[in-house]
Structure formats: C-alpha cells, structure tokens
Design a protein around this ligand. Sequence first.
Ligand code: DOR
Ligand code: ZN
Length: 348
Amino acid sequence: MTDTLTIPRPDDWHLHLRDGAMLKGVVGHTAAHFARAIVMPNLVPPVVTGADAAAYRDRIRAAIPASMDFEPLMTLYLTEATDADDVALAQASGLVKAVKLYPAGATTNSQSGVSNLDKVHGVLERMADIGLPLCVHGEVTDPDIDIFDREAAFIDRVLDPLRRRLPGLGVVMEHVTTADAVAYVQADTSGNLAATITTHHLIINRNHILAGGIRPHYYCLPVAKREKHRLALRSAACSDDERFFLGTDSAPHTDTAKLLPCGCAGIFTAPNTMSCLAHVFEEDDALDKLENFASRNGPAFYKMPVNSEMMILKKQPEPVSYPEQIETGAGTVTVFDPGFDLFWRVES
Ligand code: DOR
Ligand code: ZN
C-alpha cells in the first residue's frame, strides 16, 4: 500500500480570493499548497480592465505571507462593455491568462455579466485570434429552467452554439457538475475544450445538502447534483483524459453571510483540498492519476510549464485534523467538511 505520494506542486485553476481583510485571511491557505491559481474576477466592483487586474494582482501579492511562493494568474470579468484592445494588451503583457464569462444573474456577483452574447462577439473573436481562453460559468439563468438542469441547458442553448460560431476559441467549462458536461467535453474533437472539477463536487451530491436538514456550507453554484453525476465527475477526474483538471472554486464567505435566510453560494476548500483529493483518488484506486489532475493537465491546457518543485503527501495512521473554521479580519469562514476522516497530509 502506498503511503507517500510525490507530485509536482499543484495549481488551482479556479479560485476566489476576494479582497481586503478576506483576501488577507484566505490567501495563505492556498499559497501553502499551490504554486499558482487562476483568480476569479467577481469582486464588487468586478475586475474588468487590464488596469483593474494589475491593481488586484498587486493587492494579492501584498497579502501573500512572506515565506510563501505563489503566483496569482489574473482573469478579466467579461461585460457587454469590455474593450477587445484592452483585453489583448492585458494578455500581451503577460498579466491576464483568461477571461471569465458570467451569464448575468447566474451566481455571486454576476450582475455585471453578460445578458446578450452577441454584444461580446467581437471580444470573443479577438480572444480566439490571440489564443486567450474563455472560462465559463455554465448555467442558464432562465427562471423557468430547474436549477438542477441549468448546466445541461447551458450546453445546448449557449455553449454549443457559441463554440460552433467560434470553433477556434479556447473554452474552460468551469466547475462541471453533471454527466452531461463530462460527456460534452469527452465528445469534443477540436482540442480547444477543457473542464475544471472542484474538490467538493467529487465528494458531495445533493442529498448531502438537503437530506436530514439543510446544510448551508454545502451550498454552492452550480449546486451539487444527483449521485450519478458525482460518479461521472469522479471517473473523469480519475481518468487519463487530460481535458479534466482541478479548479477548486474555493469560495470563502463569512458564516454570517452563509447562515442567512438567503445565504451565499460558495464552499471554502483551500485548507484541506489536497487531503480530500488524495482520499478520493485513493478510494477510486487512482492515486497515480492525482498528479495529472492537480499538477499536469492544467498547465498543458494553459500552455504553461509544470511546476518544478515537488509536493509530498503522506498517509498518516491517525486522522489529520483541520480547523472547522478560520478567522479572518472579515469574519469567521467555515472550512469544507468532507464528512469522513482524512488521513493524507501535505508534508511539503
Ligand atoms: O458557489 C459559488 N460561489 N459559485 C460561484 O460561481 C461563485 C462563487 C462565489 O464567488 O462565491
Ligand atoms: Zn467560482
């Protein structure tokens, strides 16, 4: 039985770091394990221009604990007023690695997002030309579509038509939650499509949120689906298919904001993600695939080098403990509880 795993230092290809006191409170939890992360731009107000992204990158750098080595990979928040030249300049300078599409109203701080894709077609065309990927929050916002069907409907109504119009555009389907999304990626032959999978969607299904009491700390968007979908995500993550890679979507909210009659969507997994993933991959007899999922497939898609430093994970004889909550200057944030003991610990 393997009890030591050595992999190139992983990256997180979808992360929320927030700003101000929350940023200061959470960034070290990611930087302790991950070399780089694609940082989501859904601040209030959002990170729209190259200048916004440069200023946000500087605030992130200033918040990283001095002992840690971590590179934030910046994204721009696509709005109907986004300027294609500004986007191209931000990419050419090396500042920005992707643009994020939030359908307006789909999730937290998405109100400045896109209602009409025709209005951003020029920007998307330019991105296809310059090889800048679009990261997509893949849910329709139509109130007539059941929340559990919104990802599948997005593929049919929005994503597939968009990709037919712009086959050269690199697209990352972020935090996929359904067998439909997995199948859509698997069926692609363009080489321009990939998907991130979160840690929590490999572990929870919708029963965990709703059966036997409502658990706000398991509520995120896209919401976790039926068990058959979780199993499809597990087999995609643990497969040899390099189009699937880790994007934790670690999304801190204060407990006060989570535990409201209308609480926020988001699960904070940064501190224990690697322990959870090692557990999941071991359970699926795929420990040898964790390296591809967490450390190699993402850089390959984003055309970046794999990190040269290594991470060592060791399986402990006794459960490894993580704090139930962390304190930040913005308030207390609850850490994801996988619902089982964790034995894998990041040693270095
Ligand atoms: O659960 C989520 N939380 N999903 C998102 O798409 C946004 C995120 C957040 O920013 O809190
Ligand atoms: Zn997210």
